[in-house]
Design a protein around this ligand. Structure first.
Ligand SMILES: [Zn+2]
Length: 129
């Protein structure tokens, strides 16, 4: 069976790495926003509409990256909580069968076995439509 201490260390290390990236990213954006707020009144007249559209797309991209990062952090917190609860390694759908050692090796924070992961993704895709 899985060595829980090793998994815990791995999850914590990965979590810290992602949290650091996230903090740096957020800090950079706050700085950029401050600069833009200061300069926008002067430069808005000669700004091309194309530049503004590009900026909007960039912001939406940043937002979705941030959401993805937040989801990863939540997955890792949940995985650590499952380690504490003794349910780590069990598929969250059903809870009576393992996620699979190989899958956990590749994705320590995986919630579902391969079969149920596909099922959950299908349901999420259907819910978005
Ligand atoms: Zn499953």
């Amino acid at each position: 069976m899985t060595d829980t201490d090793r998994v815990r260390r791995r999850l914590r290390a990965e979590r810290e790495r992602i949290a650091a990236l996230r903090d740096r990213d957020v800090a950079e954006h706050v700085e950029q926003d401050d600069q833009q707020a200061g300069s926008s009144e002067l430069s808005s007249l000669d700004q091309h509409p194309g530049d503004m559209a590009t900026e909007t797309v960039e912001r939406e991209k940043d937002q979705s990256v941030l959401e993805h990062v937040d989801a990863s952090l939540a997955d890792m917190d949940d995985a650590i909580a499952r380690l504490d609860a003794g349910t780590y390694g069990l598929c969250e759908r059903g809870g009576d069968h393992p996620v699979g050692d190989e899958r956990l090796e590749a994705l320590p924070a995986a919630r579902y076995c391969v079969t149920h992961q596909a099922e959950v993704e299908q349901e999420q895709a259907a819910a978005r439509q």
